[in-house]
Design a protein around this ligand. Sequence first.
Ligand SMILES: Cc1ncc(COP(=O)(O)O)c(C=O)c1O
Length: 420
Amino acid sequence: MFDPYEIRKDFPIFQRKIGDKPLVYFDNAATTHRPIQVIEAMNNFYLKHNANVHRGLHTLSQEASEMYEEAHETIAKFIGAKSWYEVIFTHNTTDSINLLAYSWGLFNVCEGDEIVLTVMEHHSNMLPWRNLAKIKKAKVKYVDITDDGVLKYEQLEELITERTRVVAVTLMSNVLGTINDVRRIAKIAHQVGAIIVVDGAQGVPHMPVNVREWDIDFLAFSGHKMLGPMGTGVLWGREDRLEEMVPFRVGGDTIKDVTLDDVIWHDLPWRFEAGTPNVAGAVGLAEAAEYLMKIGMQNIRQHEKQLTMEIMKRLDEIDKVEYYGPKNIEIRGGIVPFNIKGLHHHTVARALDMFGIAVRSGMHCAHPLHYRLGLKGTVRASLYIYNTKEEIEYFAEALTTITKLSAALSRKEEDVCTGG
Ligand SMILES: Cc1ncc(COP(=O)(O)O)c(C=O)c1O
């Protein structure tokens, strides 16, 4: 039985207050909080097992190596990968996509080839591909969205041609909450022999993922957005695709042997994990994945659907508030961007903070999407497993108060202007 109130007990952060108000944390798209289980798993590593991996024959090093390898296995299970050796640990989604763009892209994209992106991409799934395109003299094409933020699939089909080598798309928009049909996009990409790269930073923490069923080639995501430690991320790749990659960051741990003239690269995934890894981070991330799997990703998705419908309903009731993104909950995750007419998005975020409510405001590393929507910025509420219906009620009350204050404020301004 899914119970957010029980779940909250695992999160020490909810004991603290913002001023005299309980913390209402609606900034989960930026980063989530960590349950005590994750914090303890990392502490346990440092307190009892700390050693470098793969190098030592002593007990601690062997324990650390085992824990690190098991973390790969847990992540493989979490995303339905064929094997743990398809899982590469990185620092975050941005790092994963950069690694891919250079390790795969430099060697598989040629002059005149095409890279297809969407206008809703986070800069992290846009700029690495644009840099690659510049280096290789390839062309970047963008798939547009409808006015309510749904990908134009027909246009996507038209844009993908025999010259397309990469289709890179987000699983869930970090601004609009739109969930893209990556299975459908994978089919279209594969028809012309292109790879599909999925930016799972927002999707993976919130829904069941099965990379094999989806038939995608690469998936990138961040540990810190799924209850795991900061500085942890994953690049998953299908084995045959990973074999097409050439190590980009090289040095210690990436090799089997080196002579002055030659190098034999290590097996997967080690050849892509250069230098000393974040072992405690990997252990914490695996614990986070276990925690989520125990709750059940389908239950998490269901909970967030209910909360998102509730938040949209409450926003509909408040005068002067407009929000963006698809209304259809089947293709929308728990991210709701909005504005209050007449108020700057940062003003609204700051005002909400006075109620103890944490939201994000700005362009959310998706400037081209905001320009496409004709917006200078948005306030973004983003939800997770520990959020509750009561918090949404409180949030709606706070917003109502803020809109009333804004009305009073503008009336006062009018009085001043017409008073003379
Ligand atoms: C869709 C999407 N992609 C990529 C990123 C980048 O994630 P990170 O900063 O963990 O690399 C984010 C972060 O907000 C995101 O929302």
